[in-house]
Design a protein around this ligand. Structure first.
Ligand code: S3P
Length: 170
């Protein structure tokens, strides 16, 4: 089984952008989990939340993650911010991937996610929602093999750091 590169982290920490840059650098395919869930479900994430609630979304997320991790080609996987909440997902990521957590200062996260209508968990007062969720998920990303604070770095610099760690990992 290959070791995939798995990017985890709160919304707005740059997982998708860094994933694309890493894919260009390493020549592996990049899979954006949110996009993959939308493709499999044939509807937008915000519609899954609105029509069936968060539980249904989490189930689709776990099923999608498990299918992606079972693929035989090495991939760079940009996960959704809540994919780490289920223990089975954390275990699957650790067994099948090199797991990298991206973090960022709260102010940066709020500025990056703005009032994005595509993120159902941030509807209403986005800044309040970010503060509350960050508190709830204080240690949710601690299980990663490597943690990188992206504040003050460009996405390219973050991708370069990951590339260095991936190379020296042997
Ligand atoms: C979520 C993060 C989102 C998306 C969904 C739920 C979360 O992904 O999966 O809106 O629970 O943190 P991004 O981290 O790519 O925004």
């Amino acid at each position: 089984m290959p070791t995939h590169i798995v990017l985890i982290g709160f919304m707005g920490t740059g997982k998708s952008t860094v994933g694309q840059l890493l894919a260009q650098r390493l020549g592996y395919a990049v899979v954006d989990m949110d996009a993959e869930i939308e493709r499999r479900e044939g509807r937008l994430i915000r519609d899954i939340f609105a029509e069936e609630g968060e539980g249904a979304f989490r189930k689709a997320e776990s099923d999608t993650l498990s299918e992606i991790l079972s693929r035989s080609e090495v991939q760079i996987i940009a996960t959704g911010g809540g994919a780490v909440l289920a223990e089975q997902n954390r275990e699957a990521m650790l067994s099948n991937g090199f797991v990298i957590a991206l973090t960022a200062d709260t102010a940066d996260i709020i500025q990056r996610v703005g009032n994005d209508p595509a993120r159902p968990l941030l509807q209403g007062n986005a800044a309040d929602r970010v503060h509350k969720l960050l508190l709830e998920r204080k240690h949710a990303y601690d299980f990663a093999h490597l943690t990188l604070n992206t504040t003050g770095l460009t996405a390219q610099q973050v991708a370069d750091k990951i590339w260095d760690s991936w190379r020296s990992r042997g």
